[in-house]
Design a binder for this molecule. Structure first.
Ligand code: G6P
Ligand code: MG
Length: 215
């Protein structure tokens, strides 16, 4: 049998940390007198920390030095880390454990392609670190989503061509990254926002039957 790989995004796919990113960014934006709503949040899903900060700061007219920007990013990250501090295995979204079990039983490689530098901590809190054969190091990959680099990094680690890899994403930028990597894209969330995906499910429930088995 030909080896296949499933490459997961983390925030918003495996657990609902996308909401915590939203809360932490909104708090920072409001503290600077800048607006931040659900639409902004959708745009920032999958987008790296400094790029996200710059998107928010561009809503105002104040110029910030590099040091000030780093301090603001750190402030957001401290808030975010407090918010994710209480994460437990109960926070794994329905359908994910079933998918991981099925992938393991069927000998697929399992990878993580998250832009978050907090990903290893979140996986540890969810107690699923051991389920992954490879976790991409976001800090070592300069070009973030929608560039394909992080998904290609995982495929390279597995020694597999893109045609054998399936990516799972909740962000439009993430789906764009998977397609740019020439992989099959499963979107989790709103079909209008994730229109570029090959298939969209409202949640990870049904991944095994509707996405993994047919691939
Ligand atoms: C993921 C999330 C983004 C977040 C990015 C960086 O892609 O979807 O909302 O900004 O990771 O996360 P970090 O934890 O490193 O700030
Ligand atoms: Mg995500």
């Amino acid at each position: 049998m030909v080896q296949k790989a499933c490459i997961f995004d983390l925030d918003g796919v495996i657990t609902d940390t996308a909401h915590y990113h939203f809360l932490a960014w909104q708090r920072l934006a409001h503290s600077l007198g800048l607006p931040f709503d659900e639409d902004d949040n959708h745009r920032l899903k999958g987008v790296g920390r400094m790029e996200s900060l710059d998107y928010i700061l561009a809503k105002g007219t104040t110029a910030y030095s590099m040091d000030e920007r780093l301090a603001l990013a750190q402030q957001k990250n401290e808030d975010y880390k407090t918010l994710i501090g209480g994460i437990t295995p109960a926070d794994i979204l329905p359908g994910i454990v079933e998918a991981l079990d099925w992938l393991k039983a069927n000998n697929w490689r399992i990878g993580l392609a998250s832009a978050s530098r907090n990903a290893p901590q979140v996986l540890a809190s969810l107690e699923i670190t051991g389920a992954f054969d490879y976790v991409a190091d976001a800090g070592a990959i300069p070009k973030g989503k929608p560039a394909p680099d992080i998904f290609l990094d995982v495929a390279r680690a597995f020694g597999l061509p893109s045609s054998q890899c399936l990516g799972v994403e909740d962000a439009a930028s993430g789906v764009a990254a998977i397609k740019a990597a020439d992989m099959f894209a499963a979107g989790i969330g709103d079909a209008d926002i994730l229109a570029q995906a090959d298939i969209v499910l409202p949640s990870p429930e049904g991944l095994v039957e509707k996405v993994l088995k047919p691939f």
